[in-house]
Design a protein around this ligand. Structure first.
Ligand SMILES: [Zn+2]
Length: 78
C-alpha cells in the first residue's frame, strides 16, 4: 500500500540506529579522538537500494540488502 510513499525529511520517517550501535560509535569515537583519528559521524542519508532515510555511520544502505555482510556500525548487529 505504501510503495510510492513520498519521503520527507521528517524524523519520524528515519530509521534510527539502535542505541547499542550509537553507544558503540561513541566508544569508538572516544578511542579515535585519543588516537587523533577522524570521528565517525552519524548522519541521515537515503538508502541507495531502497531510498529510505536512515541514520548512517558510513554505510550507504539501510541494511535492506546487506543481510550477509555484518556491519560493525550498521543495523545488522543485534
Ligand atoms: Zn534500504
Amino acid at each position: 500500500m505504501d510503495s510510492e510513499t513520498t519521503i520527507t525529511e521528517n524524523s519520524d520517517n528515519i530509521k534510527k540506529l539502535p542505541p547499542s550501535v550509537v553507544k558503540d560509535i561513541e566508544l569508538k569515537n572516544h578511542a579515535r579522538r585519543l588516537a587523533s583519528l577522524s570521528q565517525i559521524r552519524i548522519k541521515v542519508r537515503s538508502c541507495i537500494a531502497c531510498g529510505t532515510f536512515f541514520e548512517s555511520a558510513g554505510n550507504r544502505t539501510c541494511g535492506c540488502n546487506t543481510r550477509s555482510t555484518g556491519f560493525i556500525a550498521g543495523r545488522e548487529i543485534i
